[in-house]
Write a protein that binds this ligand. Structure first.
Ligand SMILES: CC(C)(COP(=O)(O)OP(=O)(O)OC[C@H]1O[C@@H](n2cnc3c(N)ncnc32)[C@H](O)[C@@H]1OP(=O)(O)O)[C@@H](O)C(=O)NCCC(=O)NCCS
Length: 178
């Protein structure tokens, strides 16, 4: 699990980030306008989001296929989400969401970019904006799970593994001792 801050004493890199609580468009590496000029529209609600198309991105990147109804329910309980609509294909091509308590804590989930659209800045664009939105709400304890091969994607975005030695733990039925 990567953390971008902890409740009491966020790591230095994040304390710096927190000063900018509302990340302005100048601080984004790619502006909404530039994205739009390339045919991509950022959306922040599930309106117009085709869940079958989203599911096909999950499957294409190796996530398990989920029932659309369960995705719909999960998104209903999601605090912030962001996706990129590709005007040419009329499909979503990038997505990220965060759940949390709306005050102190948030966890980012389901950061995905359609494989045909990877490597052109869309992943960074959605994560930067999601983090900016959470910080703008005063939420500084932002965490996510990262596969080892993606650590290098998250680090420049402000995430650190084991800040101050703090370890993330997940419940594991496999390892639970009765
Ligand atoms: C990881 C993922 C979201 C990155 O999205 P992307 O749109 O391809 O990434 P971007 O083009 O925005 O890359 C932004 C920067 O991160 C770097 N980067 C991208 N993927 C990387 C990786 N796996 N490791 C290290 N750096 C990476 C890019 O080189 C780029 O660097 P730059 O800013 O210096 O040019 C995308 O590859 C993906 O959907 N992967 C499959 C699903 C997944 O693993 N999601 C994360 C769950 S933990």
């Amino acid at each position: 699990m990567l953390l971008s801050g902890i409740t009491s004493t966020p790591p230095l890199s994040i304390r710096r980030l927190n000063k900018a609580t509302t990340v302005t468009s100048q601080q984004l590496t790619i502006s909404d306008e530039v994205l739009e000029s390339r045919g991509f529209v950022l959306r922040r609600t599930t309106e117009k989001l085709n869940l079958d198309h989203l599911n096909s991105i999950f499957v294409a990147v190796g996530f398990p296929k989920r029932e659309p109804e369960r995705i719909r329910l999960a998104l209903e309980h999601t605090e912030s989400l962001l996706w990129v609509h590709d005007k040419r294909s009329s499909r979503p091509v990038a997505f990220a969401r965060a759940t949390g308590d709306g005050v102190f804590n948030a966890i980012i989930w389901d950061v995905v970019v359609d494989p045909s659209f990877q490597g052109i800045g869309l992943g960074k664009a959605v994560v930067e904006r999601l983090v900016a939105e959470l910080l703008g709400k005063g939420i500084v304890n932002i965490a996510l799970y990262s596969e080892p091969k993606v650590l290098g994607f998250y680090r420049p975005l402000g995430f650190v593994a084991d800040p101050d030695g703090i370890k993330g733990m997940v419940y594991s039925r496999k390892h639970k001792k009765n």
